[in-house]
Design a protein around this ligand. Structure first.
Ligand code: ATP
Length: 456
């Protein structure tokens, strides 16, 4: 069996098992939209829960919000998105496809130059000098580079004029910034404190693709640490480490991760670093940690006219807090989790696809499998009791070997078989997904045994 994981293999595995389907499938789809199926939505919810536990529940002085997707357009003026949230686009005049100039250079130069630090004129010159052709049709027939704003616009009410133009948020961060005062007042939190949010964001990406790596609608999980300016460097390092540790705890192999400092900093940023993951498409950004200084709250003070000054209750010092941001795409993390978990295993007399998810995020925790159909009453009893506590599934169709394979390929960490002895001794056999080892266990001990394995 060819063990190399490709994006094509993963897409077809996800579609066949119910992790992810193409969006609007029966209408031939809508490019770069995807729907999560029954297994995928469980995985996604579990990833969000694990993140929330780590960055809100267990995180010192951190609070959650769930802000509206549609915000006052003034927010996006203040944040700089209206003026400059754009990518350099070029159109191929021959095949009428649209491309990002920086991506064309990146693919051609393979690290030899960093387009992030180039102006549009420098990028045009580089593309001409190296005769970089359209990856779609192979012609060299480009329009000049133009900046393309990535925000989706919509309008409220019935009149589509400029007055009613609003945007689908391109990031969740502004929902945290505009609620800084509300959260601080209602929780009586003292700086340093954090605000976290998980929610949808929308970007009219020029070159989306690579499955759920880059989509036009996605979810972000973000934590903003508000602090004094002289604390920001230390928080920046702390959140780089916390972000790294979170991935290790999800089961990521260290050798598939690396820190990557930004080559070009936004004008307001003091430091920015991504964690890159070795996706089947190569090393690419998984999350970012940014030291944003007090730019965000200062801009909102300027544009909203509301004071963002915080008074330190001990020193009476007044200042606008700085922000250290940690941001990770939930869908992109889910993609990395799928890549990390996927294994095609050659067994002695068989092969299997197995998803090695950390039990805490596995879609189903337990599958209950009666060895024969006439054991189903007992098996259903066990299933109905366990499903009060964990996401469980039940399967009595086909040979036990086939049923194990079905669970392996969706990553169910524990399979429980009910046999005739179970009727007498109230015990079952529990099988571990990864080692495939089996042992007997009392039905009354199952709940605690499984609960312990799910700790995160
Ligand atoms: P990229 O360089 O890949 O475009 P970015 O630097 O613009 O990403 P941020 O604005 O820092 O990304 O967003 C934070 C996180 O949100 C990213 O690290 C990524 O995980 C996720 N993300 C950003 N854009 C997309 C997208 N179009 N589809 C899916 N996830 C995304």
């Amino acid at each position: 069996m060819d063990n190399k994981l490709t994006m094509e293999k993963l897409v077809s595995h996800c579609k066949a098992t119910g992790f992810v389907y193409p969006g609007s499938d029966i209408y031939d789809g809508l490019a770069n939209t995807w729907d999560y199926g029954p297994i995928g939505v469980e995985l996604k919810n579990n990833i969000k829960r694990a993140w929330w536990k780590r960055f809100v529940q267990e995180n010192e002085n951190s609070y959650g919000v769930d802000a509206a997707i549609l915000m006052n357009p003034g927010v996006w003026e203040a944040s700089g998105h209206v003026a400059s949230f754009s990518d350099p686009k070029m159109d191929c005049k021959t095949c009428k496809t649209r491309h990002r100039a920086d991506n064309l250079i990146e693919a051609h130069a393979k690290g030899a130059v960093t387009p992030d630090t180039m102006t549009n004129e420098e990028m045009e010159a580089y593309i001409a000098e190296h005769h970089i052709c359209c990856p779609r049709c192979g012609n060299f027939n480009w329009t000049p580079i133009r900046q393309f704003n990535l925000m989706f616009e919509t309008s409220r009410g019935t009149i589509g004029d400029d007055q009613s133009k609003i945007y689908l948020r391109p990031e969740t961060a502004q929902g945290e910034f505009v609620n800084f005062l509300n959260v601080q007042r209602t929780t009586r939190a003292k700086v340093p404190f954090g605000i976290a949010q998980i929610g949808k964001a929308f970007r009219n990406e020029i070159t989306p693709g690579n499955f759920i790596f880059r989509t036009i609608e996605f979810e972000q999980m973000e934590h903003q640490q508000f602090c004094k300016a002289d604390q920001s460097e230390s928080y920046y390092n702390t959140y780089k480490q916390k972000a790294w540790q979170f991935l290790l705890d999800l089961g990521f192999n260290q050798s598939h991760l690396k820190f990557k400092d930004h080559d070009k900093l936004a004008h307001y940023a003091a430091a920015a670093c991504d964690i890159n993951y070795l996706f089947p498409i190569g090393w690419s950004e998984l999350n970012g940690v940014h030291n944003r200084t007090n730019y965000d709250l200062s801009r909102h003070q300027e544009y909203s006219g509301k004071s963002m000054l915080y008074t330190d209750p001990i020193t009476n010092e007044k200042f606008i807090p700085s922000v250290v941001e940690y941001s990770i795409g939930c869908d992109r993390l889910l993609l990395a989790t799928l890549c990390e978990a996927y294994e095609e295993q050659q067994l002695e007399n068989d092969t299997r696809i197995v998803m090695h998810f950390a039990p805490a995020i596995a879609p189903y925790k337990v599958a209950v499998l009666p060895l024969q159909k006439n054991l189903s009453e007992k098996a259903k009893d066990v299933y109905n009791n366990l499903r009060k506590h964990f996401m469980c599934t039940y399967d009595e169709a086909g040979s036990i070997g086939k049923r194990y394979r079905r669970q392996d390929q969706i990553g169910t960490p524990y399979c429980i078989t009910i046999d005739f002895d179970s009727l007498d001794d109230d015990s079952v056999t529990i099988r571990d997904r990864d080692s495939m080892e089996q042992h007997r266990i009392k039905i009354t001990d199952l709940k605690n045994y499984i609960a312990e394995k799910l700790e995160f």
